[in-house]
Design a protein around this ligand. Sequence first.
Ligand code: ZN
Length: 717
Amino acid sequence: MNNTTKLILPLLLASGGSLQAQQQTLSLQGTVKNGAVAVVYLQRFENKIFTVIDSAQVKNGGFSFRRRLPLPELYGISTQRDVVPSYVFLDAGDNKVTIDATDENRQKVSLSGSKSQQLFEEYRAQRKPDIRSFIQKYPDNIVSSYLLYREWSYRLSPEELEANIALLSERQQQSRYIQDLRKIIAVTRQVAVGKKAPAIVANDPDGNPQALYDHLGKYTLIDFWASWCPPCRKENPNIVANYQKYKSQGFEIYAISLDKKKEAWLKGIADDHLTWQHVSELKYWNSDIAADYAVRAIPANFLVDEQGTIIAKNVRGEELGKVLDSLFNQAKVEIGGLKKDFKGQNPISYESTKSQEIVKQEGGIFSVDKRVFFTNDYDGARLNGLQKSSDGVYHVQVAPERTPINPSPWYGFQVWAARDTTIRIQLDYPSGVHHRYDPKVSKDGTSWNKLSGASFDLPVSGERTWVSAQSNVPSKAVYQWIEQVNPAVQLQKTEAGKTGLGKALNVYVVGNPESKKSIAVLGRQHPPEITGHYAYASFVEYLLGNSADAKEFREKYRIYLIPIVNPDGVDLGHWRANANGVDLNRDWSEFNQPETIALRDYFKKEIGQQGRQLYFAIDFHSTGSDIYYTVDPALPSRFPGFIPNWITSVKEAIPGYEPLVKPLYLGGPTFTAYSYFYKNYNAEALVYEIGDNTDPDFIQRKARISAQKLIEKLNES
Ligand SMILES: [Zn+2]
C-alpha cells in the first residue's frame, strides 16, 4: 500500500463527520445600482472551486436569499453563472449586499452586516499581512481559519502551520478549512527531506507512460511547472544551464507540468529548450501528482538522490547551482600532482572564536501520551522537543546548540513504551537543514544497527532503545577505550587542562621519553564525527599494538595521543561546538577557548621547551566522503613529499582504493589544528577525513594500513 493513501484515508473519513459549520439561516438582502442585472447567483466554495448553489431574480433593483446554509463561511456572489464570483464571508443573520453594475463585466460587490467580511477586508487591506498576529486577534473567526488554509499552507512549514492552528479556538480548529489544512500537512510530511519521493507515473508528450523511478540519475530534480506560470518560465534558463553543466555527471530532471492544454505544454517545452523528461496529466490544479507532493504553488521542486530520497526542496536560482556544485564536485585529485586548482571545500576562513551563548536542550523525560517515553538525559543525547501529530507519528525536534552552524544535525535519545508496540518517528530539523545521518539504533549502547531516512518505524518495549545520528560514543567511553587498548604498553595519562565545563582534557603519552622525535594524533574536535573516531581508534590501536614495527616505533618516538579534543561538545550532544559555542577547529590562531589554550601550552612545554621535534601531526574527522586535507606542497616542509608518498603507499596497499587529496592550508592564519602544528612545529601535518557512511570494515582496514605505512616511513627517518 502506498503511504499517502494509508495516511490520508482515516483523515478523510474523520472529516465526513459532523464537524462542518452549523446550518443556520442566511438572510441576504441585495440591491443593484447603476445598471441592469437579471439574475444574481450565490456560489459556495468547496474543494478550491466555486459552484452555484442558488439564484435570485432581480426585481425593482432588489433581490434576496433566505435559506439554511453552513454559516459563517466563504461564499461567492456573481451576476453570471460561470464566472469566478466576488468573495463574501456570510454570517448568520442579516447580510446586506450592494452590487454596483456600472461596469458590465466587473460588477463591484460590497457587503455589510457581516462581521466576518469586515475582518476579511481588514486582512486584505494590510500591506504585509501577518497571519500569526491576525489569528491572535481573531482566534474564533472563520476568516482566520480560511486564510491560514488558503493563503499560508504553502508558505509555512508543517510545524509553523500546527503552531498557528493551536492559536485558533477549538471551534475553529474543527472548521472544514482547518480539516483540509490538516490533510495538507499530513501529505507535506510525506514529502519532507529524508523521505522517499512518492512514485509517479504519467504520460510523456508522445502519450507513453514514464515512471519517475525509471528516470533517476545520480541526482534528480523533480520539477513542477507549467507553461502558463511566468515565474516557472523565468526560472527555466537557470535549470537549463545547470542541466547542461551537470548532465554528464548524472544530473537528471523529471518535469511535471500542470498545463491544461497539450499544445501550450509542448510549446513551452520547445520555446524554453527543455530537453529532459517531461510528463503531464494535463489536469491543471487537479493534478494527482501535485496533490501527492503537496504542491499548491509553482514553481516547486524536489531534489532526490539515486534511491529517490528527497535531499532538498525548492532549490532555485543561484542556490540550485550551489547545491549541485557541492553534490557533484567532491575533490578528486591525483596524488602525484597535488594541485591547487581543484574544487571541494574552500580554504578555512576566519570566524570569531570568542565564547558565545549556546541554546541548552531541556533535559529529562518527554512523553506526549504517557504511553511512549523519550529521554535525552545522558551524555551524547540530543532531543529538543517532542510532538505527536494527528496521524500518530512522534515528531522529534532536533536543533543545534547555536546558529549559524555547520550542518551536522546530531540527534540522540532513548525511547521506551508501556507496552510492546511499533511507533513511527519523524526527525524534524530546522528549515534549511538536511537529514545527514541515518538513524543508528541499539539495545545496549554498544552494538548498533542502521535504519534509513528521517522518518522510520521503531519497535519499542519496556526496555530502552537508543537512537542516534551515529553510534553514541561519549567522552567517558573514549577514555575507557584508550586506557585499555593494550595493557602491555605503558600509557602515561596527563591532564593538559580543563574544558569549559571543568572536565579533564587528557593527553596520553607513550614511547621513549628520551626521544627527541615525536608525533601527535588528535581526535574528535567535532562531536558527530564518529566514523572519524573509529578511524582514530584503529590507527591508535596499531600504534599501541604488539607488532615488531610498532614496538620499534615506540622505541624511536614519543607519541602524543589526544583522543577527544572536545569532550564537552560530545557529551552535550552538540552538532559542532564546545560548551562555549565555538568550533574548536577554528581557534588554533586566536586561542580563545580553554581546550585549545590547554593543548597549545601543553605542546609548547613538551616540544618547544624540551628541544623535541614534532615530525608528524594528524587530525581525524568525518565528512561526506574519505579525503585528506593537506598543507600546500609548495610551502616549505621538513620532509618534502612525505605525505603524498605515504598516501601513495596506502593506496598501493589497498587495491582499487583511489585517495582524494586536497591541500587546504595555503598559508596565512592557522585556524585549524593541523595547520597550527605545521606552522609552529614544521610538522608534516594533515587532516584524515573519513566518510559519514564509509563501511566500518574499510575504516578499520585503511586506518591500520595507514598506521603501518606511517611507522614504516618514520622508522626510516
Ligand atoms: Zn570535523
